[in-house]
Design a protein around this ligand. Structure first.
Ligand SMILES: [Zn+2]
Length: 176
């Protein structure tokens, strides 16, 4: 039987990592936690939520690196999935064909509201998609946009509260 592919997406501060961990709790089976190498926000080998929960994860450039580690696991949980290459789609299909379930959390759009190619592909193969919203910091409506507050081009600024804020579509268009 094929494994299920579930996607959790939305803007920043929408609680995607928290939802990922609660989904994993729901499954309650042996789970391999995976993160892309780019996310060095906290220590390199854990998934952290803004609410302070933390689990150990392996850090890889590509999901192909976990194929030989999967024999002990029934679920793969991926955080920050947007930072993987678009080949994450074929890798997920392969893992699913092995009978292993996947739950992936990732941003649908970057701070310029451009889609992440990897997430666009994942949304097309997903068995289920959960869209989460944050709260707009200007007007308290449901926020769907991640707005970058500082303008540093050289640095990859991943998910740090000081650099981004969630906005609704209306406030975002006024602020960009
Ligand atoms: Zn707003």
């Amino acid at each position: 039987m094929k494994g299920k592919i579930e996607i959790i997406t939305g803007c920043m501060f929408a609680g995607k990592s928290t939802e990922l961990l609660s989904k994993v709790d729901e499954y309650n089976i042996r789970t391999l936690f995976v993160k892309p190498k780019i996310d060095l926000r906290y220590d390199e080998s854990s998934i952290n939520t803004h609410s302070g929960k933390k689990v150990d994860a392996i850090v890889v450039d590509s999901l192909a690196e976990i194929f030989n580690k999967l024999s002990d696991f029934h679920l793969v949980a991926v955080d920050e999935a947007q930072f993987f290459g678009s080949n994450i789609v074929e890798h997920c299909l392969k893992i699913s064909n092995m009978g292993i379930n996947l739950v992936l959390a990732g941003l649908e759009y970057d701070y310029l509201h451009n889609r992440f190619e990897s997430m666009t592909g994942l949304l097309q193969i997903a068995d289920s998609v959960k869209y989460l919203t944050a709260t707009c910091v200007k007007c308290s409506k449901a926020a769907t946009h991640s707005h970058r507050i500082v303008r540093e081009k050289s640095k990859i600024l991943v998910g740090h509260q000081d650099f981004y804020e969630p906005l609704c579509a209306q406030c975002y268009s006024k602020n960009v």
